[in-house]
Design a protein around this ligand. Structure first.
Ligand SMILES: C[S@@+](CC[C@H](N)C(=O)[O-])C[C@H]1O[C@@H](n2cnc3c(N)ncnc32)[C@H](O)[C@@H]1O
Length: 247
């Protein structure tokens, strides 16, 4: 019997034994802890691999978080990729009252640029950390710019209809995708639906990247499962905000 056959038999026996006896269920009360340790260690490894990268902005390590410093990253990206005057297809997932949406709308002045904001506008569809389902509810922002459109509902209901009617724009314009929905489910869903339209040079920003069991997990599973190569280009607040270019 070859070594590989022996290994396979041992693996099969162990797996069947654990399934039949349910032995590992004695650890069930610790599932969250084990999940935290495993997933946080993946985040830690990722950050330490990238912490010294020469990015457009990178403030690692800073002891205090200044949330508004994400604007430093926005500004650096807008300047570097000349988004202020070249056409861009801006897609924001998680708009709420429109703080970031309005910033990009005011900054990217090309008349051919388009801005698409997706949100339930009825708050989070599930709880996230200390936030409950329904938190962050906000009416659709009022903007006086006919380049902007909003799509109300969960992404799981609105995004595919949008894609059907915007294939040309999604294919032929540089996309700036802003993931600010906080949730693992929402982030992974949106990225996976946009996958067929990703082009080299598109930019993906994550507003809560270093939340180990939400946006980071969505980033990790998306890049691993879809074999997508994302190059870090900017980070603020110890990678709480992080931006990537599709390469
Ligand atoms: C942190 S807020 C967005 C903040 C905003 N970008 C800003 O800069 O002020 C997150 C938003 O994501 C939305 N959201 C989360 N999951 C969603 C989903 N699956 N479908 C639609 N909206 C979702 C919530 O309704 C919430 O308004």
């Amino acid at each position: 019997m070859s070594l590989r056959t022996t290994q396979l038999r041992i693996i099969k026996f162990t797996k069947d034994f654990l399934l039949a006896t349910r032995l590992l269920q004695i650890f069930q009360p610790f599932n969250k802890l084990f999940g935290f340790i495993y997933n946080f260690n993946l985040l830690t490894s990722w950050v330490h691999k990238n912490k010294k990268a020469q990015l457009l902005t990178n403030d690692f390590y800073r002891p205090v978080r200044h949330y508004d410093d994400r604007l430093k990253s926005f500004t650096a990206i807008a300047d570097h990729y000349r988004l202020t005057d070249t056409p861009v297809c801006y897609l924001e997932f998680g708009v709420a009252s429109g703080n970031s949406f309005k910033w990009w709308l005011a900054t990217c002045r090309n008349p051919a640029s388009r801005f698409h904001g997706f949100d339930t506008f009825e708050g989070l569809p599930e709880s996230w950390g200390v936030f409950d389902k329904g938190d962050m509810q906000s009416p659709i922002p009022e903007v006086n710019d006919n380049r902007a459109s909003f799509y109300k509902g969960i992404f799981q209901d609105t995004l595919n209809g949008f894609i059907d009617t915007h294939r040309d724009e999604l294919t032929n314009t540089r996309k700036l995708i802003h993931m600010d929905a906080d949730l693992f489910s929402a982030t992974l869903f949106a990225l996976s639906q946009l996958y067929p339209y990703l082009n080299k040079g598109d930019i993906i920003m994550f507003d809560e990247f270093n939340v180990y069991d939400h946006e980071f997990m969505a980033y990790r599973l998306f890049t691993e499962c879809f074999y997508v190569n994302l190059k870090p280009i900017s980070a603020q607040n110890n990678f709480y905000h992080a931006a990537f270019e599709v390469v």
